[in-house]
Design a protein around this ligand. Structure first.
Ligand code: MN
Ligand code: MN
Length: 286
């Protein structure tokens, strides 16, 4: 790691928000490169003002720490064990974890850790892909099986994918048979669907942003780009909508080798907005 995420200058003990990088892309199927994303997103985080005009707050007033990158080996299980240990440490100290991937296989291990603090946890996933296969290329813990693993951890009713527009036929028919509730991309009734989630799930939320949820026009540098996606503004609205109950966040699947810089910049800016929105709407962080 060459530099901290911008304004994450507090010590671990003082910080309310803790960044960690997970530079792993071992199961990426189409094009690799997400392992470079944590450092690239950090680099782009310096582009922005500390003042967030849309929220009227200054990130200089918010204490954050950047723990750095997890050490990655070829052994995915070991990587995830280390990740789970770190995130457990962050949430058990009543801090807010911000994971920067790496690929989406980060999320189940992080969710296990966050669930140890919040047993009632639900997960909202922004993603182009349903990620609902039982296994992919022989791996049950692939970046293409994330939603499925999350339903194993927190339960079918507590996993809500948003922005979906890419599935296999067997994947979607199984999801429908089992009763997985998800929101397709392109619906104009986004707020209505998000309201349903709020009404049905009165509990803490882990928010996972797979950057390919966003249209490739805005976020071209991802592992598996998929047209007809969400706008960045819809992502901000979603964050604002849940900001009083989000207890952990990750941003995954940015692939710098395929980026002109815009995707890393967008990821960094969304993360900065999220911190501001959470800080503003949750008393415990003041
Ligand atoms: Mn995904
Ligand atoms: Mn995806």
């Amino acid at each position: 790691m060459t530099e901290f995420f911008a304004d994450a200058e507090s010590s671990f003990d003082e910080a309310k928000f803790v960044f960690y990088g997970y530079p792993y892309d071992g199961t990426a199927c189409f094009r690799k490169g997400t392992s470079e994303a944590p450092d690239e997103i950090r680099k782009h985080s310096y582009n922005f003002e500390t003042y967030l005009m849309e929220l009227g707050i200054d990130l200089c007033d918010v204490s954050a720490n950047d723990w750095g990158n997890l050490e990655i080996t070829k052994d995915q299980g070991k990587n995830e064990a280390k990740l789970e240990e770190l995130v457990t440490k962050i949430v058990s100290s009543n801090k807010f974890p911000i994971g920067i991937g790496g690929e989406h296989s980060l999320t189940p291990a992080a969710v296990r850790a966050v669930q140890s603090k919040y047993p009632n946890l639900a997960v909202v996933i922004l993603d182009a892909h349903l990620d609902f296969r039982q296994e992919y290329e022989g791996n049950e813990n692939s970046h293409a099986t994330v939603t499925r693993r999350l339903t194993d951890i927190v339960g079918l009713d507590k996993v809500r994918p948003v922005g979906i527009r890419s599935v296999s036929q067997s994947e979607i028919s199984e999801a429908r048979t089992i009763g997985l509730k998800f929101i397709e991309s392109g619906w104009t009734e986004l707020i209505e669907y998000l309201t349903d989630i709020i009404d049905e799930l009165d509990c803490p939320i882990y928010l996972s942003l797979d950057m390919d949820a966003i249209d490739p026009a805005f976020a071209p540098g991802v592992g598996t780009p998929e047209p007809f996606g969400m706008t960045p503004y819809e992502v901000l609205q979603t964050i604002n909508f849940f900001s009083d109950r989000i207890v952990a966040f990750d941003c995954v699947e940015v692939s710098p080798p395929y980026d002109n810089g815009n995707t890393s910049a967008l990821a960094a800016r969304i993360i900065r907005h999220l911190i501001g929105a959470i800080w503003q709407s949750q008393e415990r962080f003041k």
